[in-house]
Design a binder for this molecule. Structure first.
Ligand code: SF4
Length: 229
């Protein structure tokens, strides 16, 4: 079995509660979403983009020299769960190396998550707000996904842009509160749309969500400020 991979590198995690840890990033090619702010357009797979094919043994060989000092391997994208069957075969080699398995995902493909959740340590799940993405809503999928993800450590991130609507934040808080109000919810200001209007929205949404959820934080993408991948 071969995977399609855009890039493999070591860097610093820039989002969420693990910001600052060193990770090996395995960026899987292709995504089923088309978020307006996508910061990895080379990996979304519009027919023109570049990728390399790797077998499990080849990927293991690429990852091995990068292990020293790392906390975990981030399976990212694109949408890594589009290649869940390959990931299932690759994960044992991450475990052998002593690193944790950190999955970064759009939080939609719950059937694929089910295949690998047993071996994942941390799920960094997005909630795709339709007013932010300008795409259709995925509420049902997000709900099913979160119910599976909470079997492991999970936190949730939603990107806040100038187009984001409070109604989407309310729906997000409903979904999280119904599964577990203690799950961390991160409001991430859109790096490409960062101005006072967006920060004011973040404050307003933080006030609303904090009444329903135990841990709500406003966190930017740190790696963008550090100018690292
Ligand atoms: S889910 Fe992630 S990789 Fe896919 S289009 Fe959206 S931002 Fe880009």
């Amino acid at each position: 079995m071969l995977s399609k991979i855009s890039e493999i590198f070591q860097s610093i995690q820039g989002e969420g509660p693990y910001a600052g840890v060193r990770q090996i990033f395995v960026r899987f090619f292709e995504c089923h979403m088309h978020c307006t702010w996508c910061d990895t357009p080379d990996s979304i797979g519009d027919g023109k983009r570049e990728y390399q094919e790797y077998s499990v043994a080849q990927l293991k060989k690429e990852v091995r020299p990068l292990i020293a000092g790392c906390h975990s391997v981030s399976l990212t994208g694109g949408e890594p769960l589009l290649q869940a069957d390959f990931i299932e075969q690759f994960i044992p080699s991450i475990k052998e190396s002593g690193l944790k398995v950190y999955l970064e995902t759009s939080g939609v493909l719950y059937k694929d998550l089910k295949k690998i959740i047993r071996a994942v340590d941390i799920v960094a799940m997005d909630l795709k707000l339709p007013s932010s993405t300008q795409q259709r809503a995925f509420w049902k999928e997000h709900e099913k996904f979160l119910k599976i993800a909470r079997k492991k450590e999970v936190f949730i991130k939603a990107v806040i842009s100038s187009k984001t609507q409070l109604a989407d934040i309310k729906r997000s808080a409903d979904i999280i509160a119904a599964v577990d109000p203690k799950i961390l919810f991160i409001l991430q200001p859109n790096t490409f749309d960062l101005h006072n209007g967006v920060l004011d929205k973040c404050r307003e949404y933080h006030n609303y969500c904090s009444k329903r959820l135990a841990d709500v934080r406003i966190l930017p993408q740190m790696h963008k400020f550090l100018k690292v991948r």
